[in-house]
Design a protein around this ligand. Structure first.
Ligand code: DGL
Length: 265
């Protein structure tokens, strides 16, 4: 079985990491659309067409049994279009974890940290209306964090004051309440979680949906009879691979793929 994990950059590796733990017998193909990175401020119509068209090529080349869109910015826009265009391929999306945040918050003040694209999507607004009506949900669109995460994970020095500037609007306080949960609604952000914790004005729960997405992918694979065992079988011997649409990821990014056990195509 092959699972294709897709993102605009390296953020989807945070989802791949969890999915592998649950499905060690599966072969993974990681695709980073780095030529088009960042997706965060693309025009919606153009991005939708781009992602749906790109998937046509990916399906033809890799023939996956299941695809994980490990990108909130793409999922909140293109999931429906992808499912409609490629009805034979099961898709697992990554969308802001607003429902679990609403269930867990004590203060009722929840923030969603995402790209500007994810923040403005109807999909995200609908999640709030459907699941978080009793909470105050503060949407924070960050222009720079995904790129900062790429730089950080490649080993470059990052300016902590820049990061603080991006996360500061997530922290809201009134007379007797303050934000207690921040949803990491971009798959790049878990790479920065340690810095977020260090820089946070007060401790909060940073919600990373990667494990839930992995569980969803496992359950869909089992239901669809895609796995011969429950996924805990023998380690697969085919090498997992990574494709970068630029065709030329820089050295640090290549090294990172090797660290994740992925051979860059
Ligand atoms: N990793 C993507 C997400 O989850 C966003 C990065 C980008 O701006 O392209 O939304």
């Amino acid at each position: 079985m092959t699972i294709l994990v897709f993102d605009s950059g390296i953020g989807g590796l945070t989802v791949l990491r969890e999915t592998r733990v649950l499905m060690p017998s599966v072969h993974f193909t990681y695709v980073a659309d780095d030529k088009a990175f960042p997706y965060g401020d693309w025009d919606e119509d153009v991005l939708l067409t781009h992602v749906v068209d790109l998937f046509g090529q990916l399906i033809e080349r890799f023939n996956p049994n299941l695809a994980i869109i490990a990108c909130n910015t793409a999922s909140t826009l293109a999931l429906a279009g992808l499912r409609e265009t490629y009805p034979d391929l099961p898709f697992v999306g990554t969308v802001p974890a607003i429902k679990p945040a609403a269930e867990r918050t004590q203060s009722g003040l929840v923030s969603v940290l995402a790209t500007p694209g994810t923040v403005k999507r109807d999909y995200t607004r609908d999640l709030i209306t459907s699941f978080a009506e009793r909470c105050e949900v503060n949407l924070v669109g960050s222009k720079n964090l995904a790129a900062i995460a790429e730089a950080y994970i490649s080993g470059a020095a990052v300016d902590e004051s820049e990061i603080l500037k991006e996360i500061r609007p997530c922290f809201i306080e009134d007379e007797n309440r303050r934000t207690d949960i921040i949803v990491l609604a971009c798959t790049h952000y878990p790479f920065l979680a340690n810095l977020f914790r260090k820089l946070a004005p007060w401790p909060v729960d940073w919600l990373d949906p990667a494990e839930a997405i992995a569980r969803h992918a496992l359950s869909l694979s089992e239901k669809g009879g895609l796995l011969s065992t429950s996924g805990s079988g023998e380690q697969n011997h085919r090498e997992d691979v990574a494709l970068f649409t630029s065709g030329n990821p820089e050295f640090a990014i290549r090294r990172l793929q090797t660290g994740f056990g992925l051979k860059v195509l």
